[in-house]
Ligand binder design. Structure first.
Ligand code: MN
Length: 139
């Protein structure tokens, strides 16, 4: 179903399971990866409606992965929501600066999670950014 494909890039299996269960119970299709490298590959292949991006990942972190998605004409339109491990103000600002469209703080709030994800998807559909095009942008 359109508007319901989520890619979760998260190395913590408990967080991944919780988010996946909540989304699937609510009719979303979920793909996931435990590393940024694998997540980027899936993002390019699947072009999901929303990428839930853990910021703290082994190897390449979620900030670098987000910058990579936003620098690529084929993936820059993807909605990326950062998952920050703590509610420190600095982390949220850093996530937005890296190109995240929004962020969620862990632990996931099971009562508001689905509503929040749905809101991010609707917001991106109402204000579509650059869609992928065959023409590379020169800058
Ligand atoms: Mn992590």
């Amino acid at each position: 179903m359109t508007g319901r494909n989520i890619l979760i890039i998260e190395d913590n299996s408990l967080n991944l399971e919780l988010a996946t269960d909540l989304l699937e119970v609510n009719g979303f299709t979920v793909n996931s990866a435990p590393t940024a490298e694998e997540g980027l590959r899936l993002a390019r292949e699947l072009l999901p409606d929303l990428v839930l991006m853990d910021i703290g990942l082994p190897g390449m972190d979620g900030l670098c992965a987000t910058k990579d998605l936003k620098a690529n004409p084929a993936t820059r339109h993807l909605t990326v929501v950062g998952l920050t491990a703590n509610a420190m103000k600095g982390d949220e600002e850093i996530a937005l600066k890296a190109g995240c469209d929004g962020y969620l703080t862990k632990p996931i709030n099971t009562r508001t999670f689905i509503e929040t994800i749905t809101r991010f998807i609707h917001a991106s559909q109402e204000a579509p950014r650059n869609k992928p095009s065959a023409r590379e942008e020169k800058s």
